[in-house]
Design a protein. Structure first.
Length: 147
């Protein structure tokens, strides 16, 4: 039996899923999360993405609706810690944005097959570094899933 494809969701994709207000790519990001929830994909985020998204959405206050969304999310997605190993890996990668370097280190360490982000600059910096990880926007990934 082959394993499910594993996707890493960047902070901007996680914001799409958690936000109460519509965002430009929310529909595609929600479809990706639905594929994770239904077991078609395995999902991964970093602790940094989780904390940043919660802060951006609620400015540090855990509102009941956000807590409910997070509870559902945590049922279906893996949270990879940015630990000292990943920080060292990020320092070695040094592609110009340390937070992005840490996210990429998490995706590599988590054995992810795909990295989903809205950040085209991120994709341009990291594409091809690890041949096992493909990069997509949520729209591109959903289109690929439908093929």
């Amino acid at each position: 039996m082959s394993r499910r494809p594993k996707v890493f969701l960047d902070t901007n994709v996680l914001l799409d899923v958690l936000s109460s207000t519509p965002r430009p790519f929310s529909a595609s990001s929600d479809l990706v999360f639905e594929a994770i929830r239904s077991g078609l994909l395995e999902g991964e985020i970093s602790t940094q993405s989780f904390l940043d998204a919660c802060y951006i959405i609620s400015r540090g206050r855990m509102e009941p609706l956000l807590a409910e969304k997070i509870g559902r999310l945590m049922t279906y997605i893996n949270v990879g810690a940015i630990d000292s190993f990943k920080i060292r890996e990020a320092m070695l990668a040094a592609k110009g944005d340390f937070e992005d370097d840490c996210q990429f280190a998490c995706a590599m360490d988590g054995g992810c097959d795909a990295f989903l982000t809205h950040d085209k600059e991120f994709i341009n910096r990291y594409e091809g570094i690890n041949p096992n990880i493909q990069f997509f926007t949520p729209d591109e990934f959903v289109a690929r899933l439908k093929e």
